[in-house]
Design a protein around this ligand. Structure first.
Ligand code: FAD
Length: 430
């Protein structure tokens, strides 16, 4: 008789809520991970570094588990097939995992839960990925918040009343003793991308300086923890504990993350390709493919936009200030559907997370919750003067940049501004 702990977006042994509950169960725990073809086949390149990141994280888990006489069993199959196989090998009593709020994950977990019920297996899931979820932070009228500031105020009140609990899963050792082999990247159909991954710690001085420094992309002044939060190689609870008392601004960023998961949960239409504010779905986009291509490859003639896109294409990361600039540029200067940009980011960002990415794009397009109003059009030149005055970021990613010889902008700023205001007005007046 065994319990199974199913790792997904929580690839760590330390402070893992579901794993902690599993290890307290009466049966030895078999940790598993499933490479799901329904997810892998959607990736657009064999050199997708996220698969490599996951595999590295699993190797790390395996090393730690081997040290205490266990291991992790890895499948390359649909979750249902994986569980069918497992149930032939073992007498499974209970399956444990952590909540996953994305649409596909909800369907997948529902399927496995029904399968488990039919087999008489208990299926238990826990909150781990966020601090507050679902209906935990609601307004006085018991409705979900759609504006960040009151949400964050209530979030902080709740935190003050409910100090963060940690789940010291790392001190429990009720594992099944097994030996397993991990798949190679090649056997999964992937290859190395040659990208480097950021470390999983953030130093207190960086957090202290965050408020003053975070908007300057040439500085190394943000945590770079997003990929670790995405795959759960670090615990959100440990970061919130670190942030409290050091930096309100950095804590707010972690709350933004919770906020967008909250939006996804309460407003499922955003997962169906719709604008949060549905009237914005009436926009007539130009969707010029050559201009989209120029944006993707960093050839728009606006050096700050080009630098951002080249940083993304080269590293799988882009600084937040520049994400806002390039997103605004695609939607407002080129009048290209924000969903095209969302999909491009989804394919390229190591830290791609549906909730934060969709939230970020809808914010930039003016159609999201608490969005920048549609009539605020970022001026790339002014943004450069403010946030990359010395042109250090631009020169890093666009080394050929010379003021006099750089290609002309693909669209004039004032012209584009007038055009987009007209287009939004038309859509909203309809
Ligand atoms: P820090 O500045 O050190 O912040 C700490 C953590 O807070 C981040 O790692 C992240 O988990 C969270 N966070 C910070 N800002 C936000 C935010 N605005 N929304 C939600 N969480 C936030 N973030 C993603 O994690 N995945 C995405 O796919 C993603 N897509 C984006 C798309 C657009 C158009 C925009 C404007 C923003 C997007 N962001 C996304 C948010 C933000 O840009 C990144 O989280 C941040 O740049 C990651 O760098 P960092 O780890 O150094 O962040």
């Amino acid at each position: 008789k065994i319990s199974v702990f199913w790792f997904r977006r929580d690839l760590r042994i330390e402070d893992n809520h579901g794993l902690y509950e599993a290890l307290k169960s009466p049966w030895p725990v078999l940790p598993i991970f499933i490479f799901d073809p329904a997810i892998l086949t959607k990736l657009t390149t064999k050199a997708d570094a996220r698969v490599e990141f996951i595999l590295n994280a699993i190797k790390d888990l395996q090393d730690k588990l081997i040290a205490i006489g266990s291991s992790i069993q890895v499948f390359h199959a649909s979750p249902l097939e994986a569980y069918e196989q497992l149930s032939e090998q073992f007498d499974i009593q209970s399956i444990y995992c952590n909540h996953d709020y994305e649409k596909y994950a909800g369907i997948r977990d529902g399927l496995i839960q029904s399968w488990a019920e039919l087999k008489g297996i208990q299926f238990s899931t826990f909150k781990d990925q966020v601090i507050f979820e679902k209906d935990e932070v609601l307004s006085g009228q018991n409705t979900p918040y759609t504006v960040f500031t009151p949400y964050s105020r209530k979030w902080k009140e709740k935190l003050a009343q409910n100090p963060i609990q940690v789940y010291p899963s790392e001190i429990l050792s009720n594992y099944l003793s097994v030996e397993t082999l991990l798949p190679s990247l090649e056997s999964l159909g992937f290859e190395k991308a040659g990208l480097s991954f950021p470390g999983k710690e953030v130093a207190n001085p960086l957090i202290q300086a965050y408020h003053a420094q975070r908007d300057f992309p040439a500085k190394n002044a943000t945590s770079r923890l997003s990929v670790h939060l995405r795959f759960g190689t670090i615990s959100i609870r440990s970061l919130v504990n670190q942030a409290v008392g050091i930096s309100e601004t950095w804590l707010n960023e972690l709350i933004w993350r919770d906020f967008y998961f909250n939006i996804l949960f309460h407003f499922p239409h955003v997962s169906e390709g719709h604008a949060f504010r549905k009237e914005y779905d009436r926009m007539d986009w130009r969707n010029n493919e050559a201009e989209f291509e120029a944006w993707c490859s960093g050839q728009t003639g606006y050096p700050i936009v080009d630098a951002g896109m080249r940083e993304l294409n080269t590293t799988g990361f882009m600084h937040n200030r520049v994400r806002m600039i390039v997103a605004s540029f695609l939607v407002k200067h080129l009048l290209i559907d924000w969903r095209w940009g969302e999909a491009y980011f989804a394919a390229k960002l190591l830290d791609f997370d549906f909730a934060a990415n969709n939230g970020g794009w809808q914010w930039a397009a003016g159609c999201g919750c608490d969005a920048a109003p549609y009539f605020r059009v970022f001026n790339p030149t002014l943004q450069t003067q403010k946030f990359d005055k010395e042109l250090a970021y631009i020169r890093k990613w666009v080394p050929e940049f010379q003021e006099l010889t750089y290609p002309q902008p693909i669209v004039n700023h004032e012209f584009a501004r007038a055009r987009v205001l007209e287009a939004y007005k038309k859509a909203l007046d309809r």
